[in-house]
Write a protein that binds this ligand. Structure first.
Ligand code: SF4
Length: 252
């Protein structure tokens, strides 16, 4: 399987207007004293499961878990932060006293949400997490698990450019801006503009933004583009944003 993944990774070329930095998560292997910890790992060693909290504010009483998100509120964000609170509660290294989270907060560009903490049963939450891990482990042991595209899951998936099921089921088309699109490059005018064909609809579009590195004829899977249609001319316009990523798919 490793060989197959390596071959797959070698068959694509990633062109991004912004380079990603190595994960800066902090693996503290001692009890966390009161303080502020950005990008902090919390782990339930018994479950062999970790999470990386964007910002962990530890106090004598417990901890405030804060996650920063772009986009709009989503139930998946709440589940993620609740999962962090369960991991924190059962992290015997960083939280040996088993202090509970005193605040769970999700911060969006123009709003924030505080999740209710009343009635949270951390043992139940841990059992639920254990069950999900067991189901996933069983699927992995049976071979490569089948991809099951779902719009609200796939949009956060970091390997969706490699996932044929995501594109073939047109799960990408259920998104609004920012959007993912599969493109054929038709003509490059400059390093910042060109004409592309949308593979799923066959319509043409003008693409703007840093696109140096792609060539005419390339098959590209583009993530997080912004689409702005010119309704007078009925022309589709696509914009490569700072956070967009373009992957050129090579056949070998
Ligand atoms: S894009 Fe593919 S691998 Fe990723 S979550 Fe969706 S179905 Fe799973």
């Amino acid at each position: 399987m490793r060989t197959a993944v390596q071959q797959l990774m070698m068959s694509i070329e990633r062109i991004s207007p912004r380079k990603k930095h190595p994960h800066p998560a902090t693996l503290q292997t001692f009890r966390l004293r009161p303080g502020t910890y950005p990008e902090q790992i919390v782990a339930d060693d018994a479950l062999r499961f970790i999470g990386v909290v964007d910002l962990l504010e530890v106090t004598e009483e417990g901890a405030e878990i804060i996650d920063f998100k772009s986009g709009s509120p989503n139930i998946a964000h709440e589940e993620q932060v609740r999962c962090y609170s369960t991991l924190w509660k059962h992290d015997v290294i960083r939280n040996p006293e088993g202090r509970t989270a005193t605040r769970l907060r999700i911060v969006y560009p123009s709003s924030s949400i505080d999740l209710a903490l009343d009635g949270v049963d951390y043992d139940d939450a841990r059992d639920s997490l254990r069950t999900r891990i067991e189901v996933a482990t069983e699927a992995l042991e049976k071979g490569i698990p089948k991809a099951r595209p779902l719009p609200n899951t796939c949009r956060y998936c970091s390997v969706r450019h490699l996932c044929d099921e995501y594109w073939e089921t047109e799960t990408n088309r259920e998104r609004t801006n920012p959007i993912d699109l599969e493109l054929e490059v038709r003509e490059l005018r400059t390093a910042n503009s060109g004409t592309v064909q949308l593979r799923q609809t066959s319509s043409h579009a003008t693409i703007y933004g840093p696109i140096d590195g792609i060539e005419s004829g390339d098959h590209v899977r583009a993530l997080e583009l912004y689409r702005s249609d010119d309704y007078e001319s009925e022309k589709v316009q696509l914009h490569v944003m700072p956070h967009s990523e373009l992957f050129v798919m090579r056949s070998e």
